[in-house]
Design a binder for this molecule. Structure first.
Ligand code: C2E
Ligand code: MG
Ligand code: MG
Ligand code: MG
Length: 266
């Protein structure tokens, strides 16, 4: 009886695996067509200055609008990365963001860039071309790079080239992986974005919240010592916003100030 059950369980597991594989293939086929079918959209989430709470810019966040509903990036960016589709998708994101800047709908925008995009030998050349084509002021654009990009052999070179174009850069999800100290100390980065996992943990009501705040205070102080302002991600409560402001975060971003929304922005 036991053996039979175990066997049945295995068959069920195999069926589930097969279904998953089929779903992945279907999704990849659909993702291939997403650009030509005009199913990708940029949503925009505000970033505010901590002291004044004045809006200073937006982060562009990708959404895939499917007939079955809206798909969030965490559910398709990994597939886009492993299949290489992130390259045309990333180019679409850049073109779209620059178009939005050109339209005057937003003054400054940050776009997220994957490590695989950085790896392309023509990444900076393409960026330069898009900027020239549009004529926008390069410093209105900011590229957000994560710690996984730091593992790319050309990471430092790309940062310097991007910097020389006048485009700003942000170190995204800071603290959420390998140490990025070297990026802070020696690379032309404009701002450090402290990962949401830190923001989530701070506050008097949260267990360990006081200690978590001290960790954030340390990160902010270290960044500031290198002349880098910080953005706290994922700010959801007024208490978090106040504490982050007190420890010296220059900018705040999170649902408290606005969720990612499609254009036109109110
Ligand atoms: P990220 O760059 O760290 O973006 C912040 C994520 O946190 C976004 O999720 C945003 O919607 C979410 N968020 C913002 N404020 C709050 C908050 O107060 N509470 C909570 N719970 N969440 C908040 P989203 O839009 O699902 O994007 C997830 C990740 O996907 C991004 O993380 C980024 O790494 C990646 N991504 C998004 N758009 C692009 C893109 O155009 N290209 C690439 N390569 N990656 C992208
Ligand atoms: Mg980001
Ligand atoms: Mg982030
Ligand atoms: Mg994050």
């Amino acid at each position: 009886y036991r053996v039979k059950r175990a066997g049945g369980g295995h068959a069920a597991f195999q069926r589930q695996e097969d279904q998953r594989a089929t779903q992945q293939v279907e999704r990849l086929t659909a993702l291939h067509r997403a650009i030509e079918r005009d199913e990708l959209r940029l949503y925009f989430q505000p970033v505010v200055q901590a002291e004044s709470r004045a809006m200073v810019g937006y982060e562009a966040l990708l959404r895939w609008i499917r007939p079955s509903g809206i798909v969030n990036p965490l559910d398709f960016i990994p597939l886009a990365e492993s299949s290489g589709l992130i390259i045309p998708i990333g180019r679409w994101v850049l073109k779209e963001a620059v178009g939005v800047l050109n339209s005057g709908a937003v003054q400054e925008v940050c776009v997220n860039v994957s490590a695989l995009e950085i790896r392309q030998p023509d990444f900076v050349e393409h960026l330069r071309w898009v900027l020239e084509e549009s004529g926008i002021e390069p410093r209105r654009l900011c590229l957000e790079l994560t710690e996984s990009s730091m593992l790319e052999p050309r990471f430092a070179a790309v940062l310097h080239e991007v910097h020389s174009l006048g485009v700003h850069t942000a170190l995204d999800d800071f603290g959420n992986g390998y140490s990025s100290l070297t990026a802070m100390t020696s690379l032309p980065v404009h701002v450090v974005k402290i990962d949401r996992s830190f923001t989530m943990d701070i506050g008097e009501g949260t267990p360990g919240g006081v200690r978590a705040l001290e960790v954030v205070r340390g990160i902010v102080a270290m960044a500031n010592a290198y002349g880098l302002p910080t953005v706290a991600e994922g700010v959801e409560t007024p208490e978090q916003a106040d504490l982050l402001t007190q420890v010296g975060c220059a900018y705040l971003q999170g649902y408290l100030f606005g969720r990612p929304e499609p254009l036109p922005l109110r």
